[in-house]
Design a protein around this ligand. Structure first.
Ligand code: PMV
Length: 346
């Protein structure tokens, strides 16, 4: 047994059809689609050392030991060790950092869990003493990432990916995400995502608690039908470059997600005043100025404004006038569709 060291950089993603609600073992209640982001990434190094009596797993964030930040990572290691019991013979040092500030209020679990899952897949590949095909490697990495955090399963692929089974999508699976990069019209590959950081604090109700509330939700059955239908419509729009249908689905999904939260028992509201102001303003830019711009929202108050790069200047000029504080206080992350994870081991 030898020491093994590997580093992967992996991005976050932004869902257009949202995963919301899950069964046991991180099996999604409905299928989802996301764009892989470019700039919001985690960089994770995994060092596996042959275990001795006093070795323990350690987690370092930004180079400083912080085991409480590493809880999700340790849990993922534990779960993968059940599948690959020889991992118990190692102790692990995990070094992780993000390209976005920890307190930005944007979830880091998709990027961090996918980066760690990729490191573990590299270790499993080396232990198997055979070279995995790209498809084998990515499928396994996506499955491990899903076990860490559902939406992380989609971050493994460039550009865009689908996670969750739908009978009319060949190879779609609840266990792992699939690559959808070849099915996206070039118009959508230049989509920009300006993330307005309405509130950088940790949200009051976690995604895990939100998923759980879907188990008993009055709208559960119809939500499953809606997500499946929206996914099929979205894939057609992505293929043909149909922006108007994309806008309809993106905003319907975002508002549905928050509608489901509000109508849970107990209900809760993550949107804030500025979230609503931004939603109205983005719609006004479309209806009154004819600009191609829309929004999506994750499980938090921040607004993701989506628009083609070809119209960025005009759109951002309007926002600078209406929401100047976001520009002057560095409260926007400018991201776009990205190329997926990279192995960065030297
Ligand atoms: O992967 P989780 O458990 O953090 O859930 C994320 C759910 C949403 O971000 C709201 C939607 C999605 O599909 O990413």
């Amino acid at each position: 047994m030898e020491e093994f060291k590997i580093s992967w950089q992996s991005p976050s993603n932004i869902a257009i059809v949202k995963y919301w609600g899950k069964e046991k073992n991180q099996i999604p209640m409905n299928p989802s689609f996301s764009f892989t982001l470019d700039k919001s990434k985690s960089i994770t190094t995994l060092i596996a050392k042959p275990k001795n009596q006093d070795s323990e797993n350690k987690f370092f964030f930004d180079g400083i030991r912080n085991d409480s930040f590493g809880k999700k990572s340790f849990l993922l290691l534990e779960k993968i060790s059940k599948i690959e019991p020889w991992l118990h013979d190692y102790s692990f040092d995990i070094y992780s950092k993000n390209t976005f500030p920890h307190s930005a209020g944007i979830a880091s679990s998709a990027s961090s869990m996918s980066a760690l899952a990729l490191c573990l897949t590299s270790l499993v590949e080396q232990n198997s003493k055979k070279k995995f095909s790209l498809c084998e490697f990515n499928t396994l990495a996506s499955e491990y990432a899903r076990i860490g955090s559902g939406s992380a399963s989609r971050s493994i692929y460039p550009k865009g990916s689908i996670w969750g089974q739908n009978t009319s999508i060949a190879n779609s699976s609840n266990a792992f995400a699939i690559d959808w990069s070849k099915e996206i019209h070039p118009y959508f590959l230049q989509i920009q995502d300006a993330i307005f950081l309405v509130n950088r604090n940790e949200k009051s109700v976690s995604s895990s608690a939100g998923h759980e509330l879907m188990n008993q939700h009055h709208y559960r059955a119809s939500r499953i039908v809606q997500a499946n239908q929206n996914l099929i419509k979205l894939l057609q729009a992505l293929k043909t470059g149909d922006w108007n249908t994309f806008v309809e689905i993106s905003e319907e999904e975002a508002l549905t997600l928050h509608g489901l939260m509000m109508s849970s028992n107990p209900g809760y509201v993550l949107l804030e005043g500025d979230s609503i102001r931004l939603v109205h303003y983005i719609r006004k830019l479309r209806s009154e100025h004819g600009l191609p711009v829309c929004f999506t929202i994750d499980a938090g108050p921040n607004i993701h404004m989506l628009y083609p790069s070809s119209r960025a200047t005009e759109i951002l000029d309007h926002l600078k006038l209406e929401f100047p504080e976001y520009f002057s206080e560095d409260r926007i992350i400018f991201d776009c569709v990205g190329e997926g994870p990279v192995c960065v081991s030297e």
